[in-house]
Write a protein that binds this ligand. Structure first.
Ligand code: 5AD
Ligand code: SF4
Length: 487
């Protein structure tokens, strides 16, 4: 039985969202940087950009906070709980700082804009505050710190995509890597703080994305995930915001690169690598993306497709830009165009005014789709969002928690059923490392992004292995290796 207080968020695929990643590193007398990241994969990817910028300033990463000259916390604002976690960490850091007053503490990422004056002035918890679009300014900001001033830059940009910064790959397994392809989000879902913390949607030059793909390929990486808050909205026409595309020249329009185009280019550039992407939104996903997935063998058959609520009434209040029927219709097209595609979701329980009937519609949509796994949350009011300004957070906490529990139970049943379809089959698994439970077992994922564990024999991380699946739980397949497909 799950603890009540753990119920705010629950993922079916542990370790992918909401956990902190603490970067290990080596030290050699340079200044030492300790960086901890929270929240979504974009934040983890941004920390690699920050490490790259600071590397050029003579900072080397360390996994030991106590010896760090600069401690950075890359923060998330998506739910209140994430912010609480960051506040607790800052309190810890400040205890250490009492022993080491020369240590500098900085807050990066989504919380920066919201809490800058509070953290800097009122609570005096940090020396440095840098928003997600201002990392190039870090060298100047650090100079200000050296001169004894507090430093802050939280300006959001309409252009910044960090396109020419080669990330320092942090804390990874050397097998799977992330490439950020766009930043920000223009969708304005009424519950979501992202448009305020990360600003306007902008796409990165495909040429620099392909260069990063080639670099990773040449360094032996085997899988790339293209990242963005809303990847389907990717559109490159020589720079500029998507909303201004209509005003672009005919030439720019004719040579524009859509997300489906980009997927094709990436797949062709690295035919031996697995290509994944996240996050998709139903209101922006087009069939040409589905056709690209179907066309290229190396684009994995897996889509993360949040739907948030099964009730069209609630979806409208959320300003999602799609109804229940449109979502189900999209799922039907996914199933037709990409047979046996893995599909996961995000769901919010207890959005303002959500009734028991609305909640039942969420459960019935889940039953109808049969998701492989998902990320489930109860509604948490976020400052400045439309919902916070105009709607009453009127579903009692106990009701939100109970509905979330029912959603999780439904997902556990569906996940088990989905996993069982693999039992008795052979799956091609990209090995990512040792299983959490035993160093005699390896773990990896199949094409559909489901986890497979099997005895290691002579196989190792980075191998593509054909595995016979013998049994499963609701989130893991257990099998045995048949043969090496590729090393
Ligand atoms: N409360 C609860 N969950 C939220 N999410 C975004 N904003 C909120 C909020 N205010 C969830 C959505 C989104 C995922 C990244 O986080 O499900 O898809
Ligand atoms: Fe937030 Fe909606 Fe944009 Fe996702 S699509 S980041 S939920 S505003």
């Amino acid at each position: 039985m799950m603890q009540e207080n753990n119920l705010e968020e629950k993922t079916m695929d542990e370790g992918r969202q909401g956990e902190a990643l603490i970067i290990e590193g080596q030290t050699n007398g340079k200044r030492k940087l300790y960086i901890e990241s929270y929240g979504c994969q974009m934040n983890f990817s941004d920390s690699e950009i920050v490490a790259s910028i600071l590397d050029k300033q003579g900072y080397e990463t360390t996994g030991n906070m106590e010896e760090a000259d600069l401690v950075l916390l890359n923060t998330c604002s998506i739910r209140d709980k994430a912010e609480q976690t960051v506040r607790n960490r800052l309190a810890n850091f400040n205890t250490i700082k009492k022993e080491r007053p020369d240590m500098r503490i900085g807050v990066l990422g989504c919380m920066a804009e919201r809490v800058k004056s509070k953290l800097l002035d009122e609570e005096k918890l940090v020396d440095l505050v840098v928003g997600p679009d201002a990392y190039r300014d870090l060298p100047n900001l650090l100079e200000e710190l050296d001169e004894g001033r507090k430093a802050v830059n939280v300006i959001l940009s309409k252009e910044e995509t960090y396109d020419n910064i080669e990330p320092v790959r942090l804390g990874g397994n050397g097998i799977t890597a992330f490439i950020s392809i766009m930043r920000g989000c223009d969708n304005m879902c009424t519950f979501c703080v992202v448009p305020f913390t990360r600003g306007r949607e902008r796409s990165r030059d495909p040429q620099t994305i392909l260069e990063e793909v080639i670099d990773l390929r040449d360094r032996g990486y085997k899988e790339i995930t293209l990242l963005g808050q809303n990847v389907d909205s990717y559109l490159w026409y020589g720079g500029g915001l998507k909303k201004d595309f209509d005003k672009a020249s005919d030439m720019a329009k004719a040579t524009a690169v859509s997300f489906a185009d980009l997927l094709g280019k990436v797949a062709e550039t690295a035919p031996e690598m697995r290509i994944r992407f996240s996050t998709s939104n139903p209101q922006d996903m087009t069939d040409d993306v589905l056709h690209a997935i179907a066309k290229y063998d190396n684009i994995c058959n897996y889509i993360h497709l949040p739907f948030q609520s099964g009730s069209s009434r609630v979806l409208e209040l959320m300003n999602r830009g799609h109804t229940r029927e449109q979502y189900l219709d999209l799922i039907r097209r996914v199933r037709t165009i990409i047979p046996d595609c893995g599909i996961s979701h995000d769901i919010i329980a207890g959005f303002p005014t959500e009734t028991e009937e609305d909640h039942q519609e969420t459960l019935s949509l889940m039953k109808e789709v049969q998701f492989d796994f998902g990320y489930m949350f109860f509604y948490s009011e976020r400052p400045n969002t439309y919902a916070e300004r105009k709607m009453e957070d009127d579903v009692p906490l106990e009701v939100k928690k109970r509905r979330l529990r029912e959603i999780i139970e439904q997902q556990n049943r569906d996940g088990q059923a989905r996993m069982e379809r693999f039992v008795g089959t052979e799956q091609v698994v990209l090995v990512e490392g040792f299983s959490k439970k035993s160093d005699q077992d390896l773990f990896g994922r199949n094409d559909q992004n489901s986890v497979v564990v099997f005895p290691k024999e002579d196989y190792r991380a980075g191998d593509l292995v054909r595995v016979k699946v013998n049994s499963c739980t609701s989130a893991t397949m257990i099998g045995e290796a048949i043969e090496l497909v590729r090393r």
